[in-house]
Design a protein around this ligand. Structure first.
Ligand SMILES: Nc1nc2c([nH]c(=O)n2[C@@H]2O[C@H](COP(=O)(O)OP(=O)(O)OP(=O)(O)O)[C@@H](O)[C@H]2O)c(=O)[nH]1
Ligand SMILES: [Mg+2]
Length: 136
């Protein structure tokens, strides 16, 4: 019997601009899944609430400030990677302050929901992209 996979909680967000486009960010060289496009976010630290973690990650990764009330729970993905099991809720957010900047990614892009499938994303993100396309 193989060891059970550890479940890792990662929080992510679809930031939506006034034109209805969604922000995706390219993972930098040297990181797992480098070059793939993802939703900004990251791991929830011990003792941290998911929304707190997302607000922290958005400040670190994009330099923006988000109010917790502006984070709307949307859908989640549950995906077995080789070395861990990813559980990742995706929030929607249409309001923030500051200008998005790539502090930790190699590029950022605003994309229409029906064009998200043109960008290579981690396998766990596939169902999220389908939900965004169908529900936004
Ligand atoms: N942020 C984010 N992570 C994703 C997505 N899809 C996906 O499989 N992941 C996986 O979730 C895991 C954690 O994400 P992360 O690398 O952003 O974590 P983090 O910001 O805390 O970075 P760090 O661990 O380098 O400090 C990675 O293995 C990543 O590949 C996604 O759309 N957004
Ligand atoms: Mg991250």
């Amino acid at each position: 019997m193989s060891e059970p996979l550890k479940t890792v909680l990662v929080v992510a967000v679809a930031l939506i601009d006034t034109d209805g486009r969604v922000l995706i960010a390219q993972r930098p060289e040297g990181k797992q899944l480098a070059g793939l496009w993802e939703f900004p976010g990251g791991k929830v630290d011990p003792g941290e609430r998911p929304e707190q973690a997302l607000i922290r990650e958005l400040k670190e990764e994009l330099g923006i400030d988000v109010n917790e009330a502006c984070l709307a729970p949307f859908v989640f993905t549950s995906h077995a990677y080789e070395s861990f099991h990813l559980l990742m809720p995706l929030y929607l957010c249409r309001r923030w302050s500051g200008v998005v900047q790539a502090h930790e990614h190699s590029a950022l892009k605003w994309v229409r929901p029906n064009q998200l499938s043109d960008y290579p994303m981690p396998p766990a993100d596939e169902p999220l992209v389908a939900w965004l396309r169908d529900l936004l």
